[in-house]
Design a protein around this ligand. Structure first.
Ligand SMILES: Nc1nc2c(c(=O)[nH]1)N[C@H]1C(S)=C(S)[C@@H](COP(=O)(O)OP(=O)(O)OC[C@H]3O[C@@H](n4cnc5c(=O)[nH]c(N)nc54)[C@H](O)[C@@H]3O)O[C@H]1N2
Ligand SMILES: Nc1nc2c(c(=O)[nH]1)N[C@H]1C(S)=C(S)[C@@H](COP(=O)(O)OP(=O)(O)OC[C@H]3O[C@@H](n4cnc5c(=O)[nH]c(N)nc54)[C@H](O)[C@@H]3O)O[C@H]1N2
Ligand SMILES: [Mo]
Length: 765
């Protein structure tokens, strides 16, 4: 069978295993970096080496020599690629032509090599000296009527040092406009959990997985998006720990996994079953499921069974009775209808939870990206609090973050609603008065662009226009800007949706050596479990004309703020001086940063709930009530289906590595919609029908994506899934969680409006 033929089949092997090993070798060869890439892989996540640029899962304690996974290897191979985007490339293609190209094609062109500026007379990006680029940025920013006309976006690969200075720069300039990739991701964690447990982070560390007696994995696909977590799940399974997976898609790695680093399993083609209980929840059915489990507990408590940790509840919490009322008052019929899960299975899940003396609940985008995402997470915390699952080994809440430093960026100042206490410290440490008004998150930033009140957009990494909702509106909004700046390793579509003036500034990547006038520098990142570690690149930079992100921030600041109180010049030489300032601004967590970072495995930032200390107004952990069982506004349309936009196995967010999604059996196609066969048949559509999907809204805007192929898949009734970012045109900006501003990308109300005959087999562009 030709390798580029579109096909859909059922993947029957375990996830991981030889499939993963082969895929690793393939991507190194494809990027022509087999030797260089393999050497770099040996330094990844090792003391003295660099941190994997892929996901935010922590590394294990030296247990494995090769602490990487297939998808980490892909990220590295694409970063270390031998392909280059040169000035000749930009001469050959107008921007209008480049915009027609796919995300995949743009990614495959390789690394950016020198700064470029948009030239409208030729519709091309042309080379531009670094000084000229900073000068242009400074002129635009200083010309603004108000600093709030600038937007400073951050994507989560940016290391702590660069993110910290970026936030200092924007605040000295005078704005809190910090749209961030996290606003589309774990913002419900950052906003929903503080009123509940006093911190917007996870409370679990890796060692806890060795002590847990039950693990729940809800709305998360670790086999693809955090594969190093599979090691912990395999080990837990071997210890006989029940693992409950809650997902509308029976993700392969949640069912069966072969550890590519387990020699015996590889030699014998063995594998480990993962989930002891697979809960096939409806999209958005988790609120009902969680309430159902709590209802079982309150019922047993009423019957006199010791299922609640009364001592913990008495000493550490407030609000139990209101929660009890709400949950007891919720009817089983509603719970079963909304969750799509039978009462018997919910009772089994509750039993697993009750029997365990230490439970971890992990979750991902399947919980955060709903209209009531923040409140949903508060129910997860409620469930954990009922049995005192905080501040003891093997227990806690574990949001599995996305980008490798997305959590760190937030910790060191990327926050559009900073606390007044933090702003006071910033003032005291740097001697300028920071702005006190909240700024824009991602959704507010797009609204400001649409309104014409945003004029300059600086993107520190990322692919803003592709990652955000409502693609057509976002593109139009970006085009209204006076200046767009993309600071990046690779060319992406976001750079091509630009303002009147535009710059693309190429950076030294995570895996590459950072040299300054003061010698070799390292940076630091914070993983999903609050461990801060050093990262030192080992490869030569992709081009001599690249700058580190820290230097780019410092030079933007110097070009914009000639009277600045901040010694930018010294920071871009010696990153140790930046860490000193981080320690001064955040003494409660970063005191002694310089010494503590010398430890080969870094250090852990204090998370108070681990000590049963609750940084809430009443000093308690709070049971918080969310009315009802739905996480989305009901839609009055009998033909409505809920669409979850998800990641394939071969992408990192908007970076597309290939058109395959091995574990879901899809090859050479991304324009697919996974559907329950009964929902398809009910619409009179044949298998593999070519369809158009349309969003159901009341705002009068028609949002459609055409040319999608229906693929039968074990989805619950009423649920669809398809790939992000191709389906982002269907996601309305207004369809988001009001608490956090996070787009409800997992529950778009849609209908199938047009179907035709079976899609012809075809080869993607
Ligand atoms: N290789 C790779 N690694 C990555 C990324 C990548 O793109 N590629 N992205 C990184 C980033 S930024 C992030 S945030 C993480 C994302 O990691 P995940 O959170 O795992 O990402 P998704 O694929 O968006 O969706 C997760 C799961 O949610 C399920 N789901 C959808 N709707 C619901 C629901 O209503 N309830 C429940 N219970 N489940 C639901 C989907 O079926 C899917 O299995 O991964 C990070 N790591
Ligand atoms: N419909 C839908 N939309 C979603 C999601 C979803 O599940 N569904 N998920 C959301 C989530 S969780 C997230 S996190 C966002 C992601 O949004 P972003 O973070 O904005 O997007 P990425 O695709 O991760 O950004 C990739 C680009 O980052 C640049 N880059 C890579 N490495 C580096 C580096 O080391 N330094 C710098 N400066 N640049 C670098 C490269 O140019 C690359 O093209 O998307 C969100 N959008
Ligand atoms: Mo994310």
């Amino acid at each position: 069978m030709a390798d580029d033929k579109v096909r859909y089949e059922t993947y029957r092997s375990p996830a991981g295993g030889w499939g993963a090993a082969a895929a690793t070798a393939r991507v190194l060869m494809q990027q022509s970096v087999l030797g260089k890439g393999s050497r770099a892989l040996l330094a990844m996540n090792q003391p003295g080496g660099f941190k994997c640029p892929s996901c935010a899962f922590p590394d294990a304690d030296c247990r494995k020599t090769l602490e990487f996974c297939e998808n980490g290897a892909k990220a590295l191979a694409h970063e270390a690629t031998k392909f280059r985007v040169t000035r000749a490339f930009f001469e050959q293609h107008t921007v209008t032509q480049l915009r027609q190209q796919s995300d995949y094609w743009l990614e495959m062109q390789g690394r950016l090599t020198e700064p470029v500026r948009y030239d409208a007379s030729t519709d091309r990006f042309v080379p531009c000296a670094w000084d000229e680029a900073f000068d242009l940025i400074g002129r635009h920013l200083r010309a603004l009527a108000s600093p709030d006309e600038a937007e400073f976006y951050t994507s989560g690969r940016t290391p702590n040092e660069a993110a910290f200075l970026y936030s200092v720069f924007a605040r000295e300039f005078g704005t809190n406009n910090f749209p961030d990739c996290s606003n589309m991701c774990h913002e419900p964690t950052s906003r929903g959990l503080p009123p509940s447990i006093g911190v917007g982070k996870g409370t679990v560390i890796l060692e806890d997985f060795d002590h847990a007696e039950a693990i729940f994995v809800i709305g998360q696909n670790p086999g693809t998006n955090s594969p190093r977590m599979m090691t912990n799940l395999v080990e837990a399974h071997r210890r006989g720990v029940p693992i409950v997976a809650v997902n509308p898609m029976p993700e392969r790695a949640l069912i069966r996994f072969a550890d590519p680093q387990d020699v015996v399993q590889m030699a014998t083609f063995g594998s480990t079953p993962i989930a002891s209980e697979f809960v096939h929840v409806r999209i958005g059915g988790d609120m009902a499921l969680l309430k159902g489990m709590m209802k079982v507990m309150f019922e047993q408590d009423a019957a006199g069974d010791a299922v609640l940790d009364h001592e913990f509840i008495r000493d550490h919490t407030a609000g139990l009775e209101a929660l009890r009322q709400d949950v007891i008052g919720t009817e089983w019929t509603d719970i079963v209808r909304a969750s799509g899960v039978e009462e018997a299975q919910i009772r089994r899940c509750a039993e697993i939870y009750i029997r365990s003396r230490a439970t971890i609940i992990c979750y991902g985008m399947g919980l955060t990206q709903h209209q009531l995402g923040s409140q949903l997470l508060q129910q997860v915390a409620n469930l954990l609090l009922l049995r005192g699952n905080f501040g003891k080994p093997g227990a806690g809440i574990s949001p599995i973050r996305g980008h490798s430093n997305v959590q760190g960026d937030r910790t060191v100042g990327i926050d559009e609603k900073p606390s007044q206490a933090y702003l006071d410290r910033l003032r005291d440490v740097f001697g300028f008065e920071p702005p006190r008004q909240p700024g824009h998150h991602t959704i507010a930033c797009i609204a400001a662009m649409e309104a014409g009140t945003a004029k300059v957009f600086v993107g520190m990494g990322g692919n803003f226009a592709r990652a955000v909702p409502d693609t057509d509106r976002a593109y139009a909004a970006m085009r209204r800007l006076d200046l767009t700046v993309g600071i990046a390793t690779k060319l992406n579509k976001g750079h091509l949706i630009h303002g009147r003036d535009a710059l693309i500034l190429p950076v030294i990547a995570r895996s590459e050596v950072l040299r300054t006038a003061a010698g070799e520098q390292f940076v630091t990142i914070e993983d999903s479990m609050s461990n801060v570690t050093a990262s030192r690149g080992v490869l030569e930079p992709a081009s001599p004309d690249l700058l580190g992100e820290v230097e780019i921030v410092c030079r933007m600041a110097m070009a914009t703020l000639p009277q600045s109180k901040v010694p930018w010049d010294s920071y871009m030489r010696d990153y140790g001086l930046i860490r000193e300032k981080i320690a001064e601004v955040y003494p409660h967590i970063y005191e002694g940063f310089a010494e503590r970072i010398r430890s080969p495995r870094g250090f852990h930032l204090d998370v108070p709930p681990r000590r049963r200390v609750w940084d809430t107004p009443n000093g308690k952990a709070n049971f918080l009530v969310a009315p009802g069982v739905e996480v989305n506004t009901p839609v009055d349309d009998a033909g409505m289906l809920r669409l979850a936009t998800i990641r394939s196995h071969d992408q990192f967010n908007t970076t597309i590595y290939s058109y395959n999604d091995r574990y879901r059996g899809v090859y050479n196609d991304r324009m697919v919609i996974f559907v329950n066969a009964d929902d398809r048949v009910a619409r009179g559509l044949p298998e593999r029908a070519r369809v158009t999907v349309e969003t159901i809204t009341t705002d009068g805007v028609v949002r459609r994506v055409e040319g999608l192929t229906l693929v039968d898949y074990p989805m619950p009734r009423g649920a669809l899934a398809g790939y992000y970012p191709e389906l982002n045109p269907l996601l309305p900006l207004e369809h988001h969680d009001k608490v956090s501003g996070t787009p409800a990308a997992k529950s778009i109300p849609v209908r199938i409006v047009a179907g035709s005959e079976t899609a012809p087999a075809q080869t993607p562009a």
